[in-house]
Design a protein around this ligand. Sequence first.
Ligand code: AMP
Length: 534
Amino acid sequence: MLGAMQDWTMRVTHVVDHAAREAGSREIVTHWADGSETRTNWAGIRRDALKMAQALERLGLKPGDKVASIAMNHSRHLVSWFGVAGMGGVLHTVNPRLFEDQLEYIVNHAEDRVVIYDAMFQPIIDLMKDRWPNVEHYICFDSGEHVTSFEDWIGAEDGDYRWVEGDERDPCMICYTSGTTGNPKGVQYEHRSTMLHAMAGLQPAAFAFSAASVMLPVVPMFHAASWGLPYAGAMAGIKFVFCAVNDPAVLHEMMIKEGVTDSAGVPTVWLAHFQYCDAEGIDLPPLKVATIGGSAAPKSMIERLMKSGIRVQHAWGMTETSPIGTVGGPTHDWEQMSFEEKVAKIQMQGRPIFGVELRTVDLDDFTKVLPRDGKTSGALQIRGPWVVKRYFKAEEDAVTEDGWFDTGDVGILHSDGTLQLTDRTKDVIKSGGEWISSVELENAAVGHPAVAEAACIGMAHPKWDERPVLFVVPKPGAECEAQSIIAFLSDKVAKWWLPDAVEFVDDIPHTATGKISKKDLRARFADYRLPEAE
Ligand code: AMP
């Protein structure tokens, strides 16, 4: 027999209804690419989302249909998150930095019927239009001469609309992950999984939003649902400040001007912000919380933020996990720790938020579950209600029989639940039968004063199988020598981990989400031979 509580289907439209009702006047500020600024609020976002849902129906869209957005962070993009879901559709947030063949593949694979884009991405539309036969309508978030503008399009509606009702397991969003091999894979987020993920994101151990929070998410809205921030933010009724350009000067100005308390982004954007502040001779903005995720946060970054009085939350996740898996923040013994101990703790990836479970298994035998002893590293697996079960249109599940998804990451679990990520399964370097973490070497190397960026890959070695080679981009004007880097690393990693060679390069290839692309680095140095391998 069931209990007797009320039916309340978990649909994301509840989120925007709540925000409009309980925090209707809380502002949503946008700094647009042309430098102009607009202000709306949660009531305005809901009103426009209702009109957008109506406008989509007028175009003939039906529940389950997909709408692509190719856009930066701004209030109209936020409207689309709720407008598309509100008519039962599925928003496909497309990363504009993807390569042409990936753009072609994902829009066709998702069968997107409408594409809504920022004017700055018009060249992408012009290039791809003929290769996207399914797309029936193009709408531009900005106004322009030969485009249907978003404001005009929704402006023709009166907003007298009731959200489409349906199952809470219906999809509301799809994100593609480019992965390292094969075609990109689509992850369909459900209304329910999105709600649960956002609610979990609100807990003090995660984003810890309150009604007083003012968040400027630098993480793009097209990157893994912007880490769920728009939904969690709406639940808490926070003020959002969006920047449609990723210029550190603009971000800095907006943070100061709008009283931003929280921000979130990948390490590269924080680094760019530091460089801007250094060049201008100014302090970091007076944030309360800085969330860093998407790639490992280097020690020097954590130290600098913490010394400025900013609480650092180092989060781990992936497109397949909606994306939050773990978040690191102050632990129960925080006050007893020295500054160095705190930094070391935050350098790890934090603890799982309620709702997901982690385990590590032996890299050579996935049936062997490893101890949480703070030293044994293995393949990281995860399960929970916001973790992918099957990729879009795939014929088989992406999980083991007992529901574990293999992340492709390698990590160590500590007894207090902390995850310490050591590498990607494909990037870990096997030397003489032992594993070397390429990420740890990179993180240590970027602490060297002359190193701007570093990437480490394994190169074939006749005796050891593989040995690490470190590729380094020096800081502009810095004197940098291989020997000084090796000497710098020598008290930070085991002796046998020290790279066999350090090579200086002008740049390191990145993926569309700004991460180091080891695949491209390996391709670029396919003919590289270690001296011993000649
Ligand atoms: P994506 O699906 O593009 O968000 O990429 C997910 C991958 O990014 C993960 O599987 C990790 O390899 C990496 N990643 C995410 N967060 C972190 C982190 N805090 N530290 C190290 N790697 C991370």
